[in-house]
Design a protein around this ligand. Sequence first.
Ligand code: URA
Length: 224
Amino acid sequence: MDAQEAFWRELGPWPRWGPRAKPGPTPVSTDVPPILEQVAPTAQGSALSQDIEACTRCALHEKRQRPVPGLIQPGTPWMFIGEAPGAEEDQQGLPFVGSAGKLLDRMLLALGLQRGLDASIANVVKCRPPHNRTPSEEECQRCLPYLHQQIAVVNPRIIVLLGRVAAHNLLSTQGSMGTLRGRLHHIGNIPAIVTWHPAYLLRSPQEKAGAWADLCLARRQVTK
Ligand code: URA
């Protein structure tokens, strides 16, 4: 059993919600649909993406293969925000396409969501930090205006902050994950929750049940 399957096996039957919820109780490794190719970028999204493609606001642009603007669709009810692209994202120019991304897709699927259709996906920093180091405070600050514009374009009903870097930068706090998870925050007037980053969940599978509880809190907010 691989890590992605394990995420849901530990949690029992597929949660059922929404028209795209996976029917049936067996969380086998059903392939996530190749939805990325099917999502046409919008005018607003593409203008921002072009700015990001040309960005030289920090030194990260010097070593990147490709910037990773994100998957931004106005009006998706959900928006997931991670930290920074890794090696595979840097190669492909797409967010969350490596092993953490595969787990993120499992999380979306369990919620009945597909990336680009129900969920926009972005990162705090749009270019890969060398050796996957944590982006510096300055790199985050220089890149954050893009993310705030992306949030405005999407205007989601819920924002899911994946991990400490996203939580700290979007909520302007230094609080621990323990103090930030399990409750509702707001970014402007948009509700937000904090959960574990999927890369952390791959290393610490015992936290998956807690992550699922976080996602259920987010779902309650969307369906309210
Ligand atoms: N981790 C992130 O935070 N973002 C990605 O796009 C990939 C891995």
